[in-house]
Design a protein around this ligand. Structure first.
Ligand code: DGL
Length: 271
């Protein structure tokens, strides 16, 4: 293969940009289509049937339009539900998902008190319960399904002001303390949440590890495509941003996308 791989990064909104950032650093030679299903946002409070239908409808159009070599579902709410459906529907395309990083949290926790901060959908999934059962049996795991954080992250990305108290209220249940032990790891199990990392670090009642799985997802995607597309330097690769509504990105977002483009360009030039 001499052409660049085309990777479709999909999320309900802008959260998947946290995964895209890591992917672009891992594979600066790839072409990217970033797709935000703003028509369906937010997925978190919706029923499993609704999320499945939204993801299938959005991907049918995106796959037809862009013919990706790999699709990264940069959304926990969707990945914990629809990966088997997507793989059955498009068996020729490798899908890489984003699921709660419970295993790494359990591995590094000293206090054995860990929290999973996610959307209401993700905390309710059998998939999430199974991960806890499999990898964190000897931990006390607090599941926190936040109703508002993903929307607050979107507002922050649009340049709107977000009050500290709103964020503090959403993350407060993650901080558990008893018997001289306290939570020492929080899994960021929604791709929107690392967009609020500065707030989290500032508002946390005590310092602990915030686990963002983006670099691991990027390595996984690279692994999945590397046989067909070994890394190589390309100069004319492309980055396309799509909203499913057809809307144009807001000025602040455009600036951020431009910065990402430049960063990818620099990384390509030095690849
Ligand atoms: N970014 C998505 C996730 O990782 C969810 C945001 C939403 O649509 O509620 O779960």
């Amino acid at each position: 293969m001499t052409r660049a791989p085309r990777i479709l990064v999909f999320d309900s909104g802008l959260g998947g940009l946290t995964v895209f950032r890591a992917l672009a650093a891992q594979r600066p030679d790839a072409d990217y289509v970033y797709a935000a299903d703003d028509l369906g946002f937010p997925y978190g409070p919706k029923s499993e049937a609704e999320v499945t239908a939204l993801v299938l409808a959005a991907l049918a159009g995106l796959i037809a339009d862009h013919a990706p070599d790999c699709v990264v579902i940069a959304c926990n709410t969707a990945s914990t539900l629809v990966l088997p459906v997507l793989r059955a529907r498009w068996p020729e395309i490798p899908f890489v998902g984003t699921v709660p990083a419970i295993k790494p949290a359990a591995e590094l926790s000293q206090s054995r008190l860990i929290s999973v901060l996610a959307t209401p959908g993700t905390v309710a999934r059998d998939y999430t319960r199974d991960l806890i059962e499999k990898f964190a049996q000897d931990c006390e795991v607090t599941l926190v399904g936040s109703k508002y954080l993903a929307s607050l992250a979107e507002a922050h990305m649009r340049g709107e002001s977000v009050a500290d108290e709103e964020i503090a209220r959403e993350i407060a249940p993650c901080f558990v303390s008893h018997d001289a032990r306290r939570t020492d790891a929080i899994v960021l199990a929604c791709t929107h949440y690392p967009l609020l990392q500065d707030f989290f670090a500032r508002l946390a009642p005590w310092p602990l590890r915030w686990i963002d799985p983006a670099p691991a997802i990027a390595r996984r995607a690279d692994h999945v495509i590397s046989d067909r597309f070994p890394t190589h330097a390309v100069r004319d690769a492309d980055f396309v941003f799509v909203f499913t509504s057809g809307a144009e990105p807001a000025p602040r977002l455009l600036k951020m996308i431009e910065r990402l483009r430049e960063k990818i360009g620099r990384e390509r030039a030095s690849a």
